[in-house]
Ligand binder design. Structure first.
Ligand SMILES: [Zn+2]
Ligand SMILES: [Zn+2]
Length: 352
């Protein structure tokens, strides 16, 4: 039953020359196609120029949606908005824009929520851009793993050359603090997690003569991906707004999992709860009398089942089949010492 889904694999959060990225739309589309993505959600700072210039839509087998990244007057509370045709007034506070995105039925994603830097050793010119408080009911989707933000958190004046040359190897896990917040939030209300690349391909000069992009688009598109599980195939004959609505709803509803392609192709991963004929998928909640948690993995990994924010079971497996009691569950899979797959939550309620 669970293999019936159409799985769409994509990257979220990419910058182009329309803001502070180094690539054109044609270049990022080519890089995404070469990396084998099915969809790409691009988001420049404070502009929808990519949308106005007609880049939303199918490019062979890649669907591109153009949104934008909003910030407040203090350049904080970065928020991705997808599905808007016009940018919101730049005078809006973060409370106003998260509210407006919700009211307009667009998809909002809190970007790099708890970004931190060690101010003494961080590389110059990249201050942290945190959220502080994330407890707004309108914030329904957050970045659990932002490749670029994590890179900046871990990169110091001492290791920057190593990190530039080994772009994908350093980011081994999403932030523990963020996962903790995410699990706790889900005890109260549903908050979906996605993975993002936040790619800029910023060109820097190393050793005074060697210019290198941190990181190249194609390399980043082979790192943190968000997999969508769709009941039906996306049809190229649908208009773009229909395809966008389908993608945004899957993301919003949490019918997704995050993977780091650096540690293996996670296509085919499934995680669900079953009670007789009744099934709950990732992102869903419902009552069950005799719930069984099930998962299939594309290859053996070290599984950690998280129940209500605590590690509940762990061990190496390619399949899971575990009788459980009601609770809020998610599954993490590690490959060696590296975080590989992160599911969204399934909420199993007591059957009355
Ligand atoms: Zn940002
Ligand atoms: Zn960004």
């Amino acid at each position: 039953m669970n293999s019936d889904f159409k799985e769409y694999i994509g990257c979220i959060h990419a910058h182009t020359i329309f803001s502070d990225g180094s690539g054109t739309y044609s270049e990022i589309i080519k890089a995404a196609q070469e990396a084998g993505l099915d969809y790409l959600l691009a988001s420049d700072h404070r502009t929808l120029r990519g949308r106005e210039e007609g880049f939303t839509g199918w490019h062979d087998n890649l669907f591109v949606s153009v949104g934008y990244e909003i910030n407040d007057a203090d350049d904080q509370h970065h928020y991705l908005a997808f599905g808007l045709d016009k940018i919101l007034p730049s005078s809006y506070s973060h409370k106003e824009y998260i509210q407006a995105v919700k009211e307009k039925g667009a998809l909002g994603i809190a970007a790099h929520p708890f970004e931190q830097r060690d101010i003494d050793s961080a590389i110059a010119g990249f201050p942290p851009i945190p959220w502080g408080n994330l407890d707004y009911p309108e914030v329904e989707v957050i970045e659990i793993w932002n490749m670029m933000s994590h890179w900046l958190e871990l990169t110091t004046v001492r290791n920057k050359y190593w990190n530039v040359v080994h772009p994908r190897s350093f980011s081994t896990f999403p932030s523990r603090q963020l996962l903790k917040w995410w699990d706790k939030a889900n005890l109260e209300r549903k908050v979906t997690g996605i993975g993002s690349v936040d790619v800029h391909a910023t060109k820097i000069t190393i050793f005074g003569f060697f210019t290198k992009a941190i990181f190249d688009y194609k390399i980043m598109f082979k790192s943190i991906r968000t997999h969508l599980l769709c009941n039906d195939e996306l049809s190229k004959s649908d208009d773009n707004s229909t395809t966008e609505s389908t993608i945004f709803k899957l993301i919003h509803d949490g019918r997704t999992f995050i993977s780091n392609y650096r540690w293996g192709d996670a296509r085919g991963f499934r995680f669900w709860a079953e009670d007789g004929d009744r099934i709950l998928q990732m992102g869903e909640s419902g009552e069950m009398k005799h719930p069984v948690l099930k998962a299939t993995l594309p290859e053996k990994g070290h599984c950690r089942i998280i129940r209500n924010g605590e590690v509940f079971q762990k061990g190496k497996a390619t399949k899971l089949n575990l009788q459980v009691t009601p609770g809020i569950y998610r599954l993490e899979v590690l490959k060696g010492k590296h975080g590989w797959i992160y599911s969204n939550h399934i909420k199993i309620l007591e059957s009355k």
